[in-house]
Design a protein. Structure first.
Length: 488
């Protein structure tokens, strides 16, 4: 199903030609709501196809489709409200130094957005996922590079979106779809593509990021590449609830067969009796976890080889050995290692790299210096988690210090929780320092729409020719900052 260069060009040009049809915010929001309705109407066939291609199961897939539809409606609400346009108006002020002329600022869509689908979320991070929903909400047509793990589903979802577009007089080219590796490379290089959103591996994402930067006109590339998602468990927390933490960790690291981008991949747990209780609880819970199917054979092969290579390192133990669970499945497990092995550069750096699948590394620390030594070596992450005792959470001990130490490492910092599960909410941030993401933006939550817009200011422009969003009488009723005062 590899698209030719001519087919990629045609898809991009069709999307570019559809830009004007998205100019009206009311049309955009109605389109997004209709898309959600039509996806729900086609639910049974979509879930059946998705399960046949991914083996993620109907329960998981129905939940993910519901999330996708909720997300489409959430962006429709954002479009209707209009605050994302960030309207700011300054009247002239001759008393300022230097004098201020009439200035009016808002945000406009960038243009065609290339969207690269993820393997592990065939609905929520694919053709109708967050990148597409936010781009369309911003007024940007999309061309999606389908993931090879669910090509048939991608075609079905694209057809649903195009039908929804046609219902509002929007050309079907507003949602393009191409298949194939080379098509993905051609897409990010196309001169009419104005931005790109990617979810996938560090290797693949970095190659596309570099290609986007190497264009004669570089474009923003918002890539989610890889994350270890460290967890720190204090000695007091382990003493207080070791069994509950061990069980919770097992559930989080094996959720979705360990194929979530926010899976906890490194856990700093104390040595001693409390830490032993935690490891015992984790061992029991992981041992009771059924084998599962990964998304494709390549991922299964990489998982088996990756955990075997890690397990062969000196002083690494496997309380529950991860690996091949059967002809097509994998079994969950975890590795343990003394934390001081990770504090210095060397062969143990492998344990600080993400391993996709149901495995985590538990590093046992002797003191706080070892915790700080490991944290200082970690790259950027989507999440970082700390488990505190009740007293530490109330302000006693190092709770606040640990929170501060984790903040530079991740875009979302959790206390006494688990990172799997990313709520679609206005305050959500799903991003982090590189290599978690290639930008400071989020791919989940309301502010994800900002990735596909740029600000423009009009100076001394007469009211009669200004866009209605920037006129004094505010005919669209937009939230705005008017002469320094926030108006709603």
């Amino acid at each position: 199903m590899e698209a030719t260069a001519q087919e990629v060009d045609a898809a991009v040009r069709a999307a570019h030609a559809a830009r004007g049809a998205l100019a009206d915010r009311a049309v955009r929001s109605a389109f997004l709501r209709t898309a959600a309705e039509q996806l729900e109407a086609a639910k049974d066939g979509l879930v059946e196809t998705a399960d046949a291609e991914t083996a993620l199961g109907p329960v998981r897939l129905n939940g993910e489709l519901a999330r996708t539809c909720y997300q489409l409606r959430a962006f429709a609400d954002i479009v209707d409200e209009g605050a994302f346009l960030d309207v700011i108006i300054n009247h002239p002020d001759g008393t300022a130094t230097p004098p201020i002329p009439d200035l009016r600022r808002y945000k406009v869509p960038l243009g065609v957005v290339a969207v690269y689908s993820a393997s592990n979320f065939p609905f929520a991070f694919s053709v109708a996922g967050g990148d597409t929903a936010s781009a369309l909400g911003a007024g940007c047509p999309v061309v999606v590079k389908a993931h090879p793990d669910h090509p048939a589903l991608s075609e079905l979802v694209a057809k649903v979106l195009r039908r929804a577009a046609a219902a509002h007089g929007i050309p079907e080219g507003v949602v393009g779809l191409v298949h194939g590796f080379e098509a993905g490379v051609e897409l990010v290089k196309h001169p009419l593509v104005s931005a790109a959103g990617f979810t996938g591996s560090v290797r693949g994402g970095r190659a596309l990021f570099d290609a986007a930067a190497a264009r004669p006109t570089p474009i923003p590339f918002h890539g989610e590449l890889g994350s270890l998602n460290p967890v720190v468990i204090t000695e007091a927390a382990a003493a207080e609830r070791a069994e509950a933490i061990g069980t919770g960790l097992a559930g989080s690291m094996t959720l979705g067969v360990g194929q979530f981008c926010v899976k906890p991949g490194l856990v700093l747990a104390p040595s001693g009796a409390a830490g032993d209780r935690l490891v015992k609880s984790l061992t029991e819970a992981v041992s009771d976890t059924d084998s599962g199917v990964l998304l494709d054979h390549r991922m299964r092969d990489n998982f088996i080889a990756g955990v075997a290579e890690r397990a062969e390192l000196p002083d690494v133990e496997s309380p529950v050995t991860p690996g091949a669970g059967g002809e097509h499945t994998v079994s969950a497990g975890f590795l343990t290692v003394p934390a001081d092995k990770l504090a210095q550069e060397g062969q143990y750096d492998l344990l600080l790299e993400e391993c996709f699948g149901p495995v985590t590394v538990v590093a046992r620390y002797e003191d706080e210096a070892q915790v700080q030594g490991v944290l200082s070596r970690l790259p950027g992450n989507l999440t970082a988690t700390v488990h505190l005792s009740a007293e530490e959470a109330a302000g006693e001990g190092r709770g606040a210090e640990l929170l501060a130490e984790l903040t530079p490492l991740a875009g979302r910092v959790l206390v006494n929780g688990w990172p799997t599960g990313v709520a679609v909410a206005p305050a959500q941030h799903h991003g982090g320092p590189y290599p978690a993401t290639t930008s400071t933006s989020t791919s989940v939550g309301g502010t994800a729409i900002e990735r596909w817009m740029r600000p423009v200011t009009y100076q001394t422009a007469p009211q009669a020719i200004l866009p209605p969003e920037l006129r004094d009488d505010n005919p669209l009723g937009l939230p705005r900052r008017f002469n320094g005062i926030l108006e709603r």
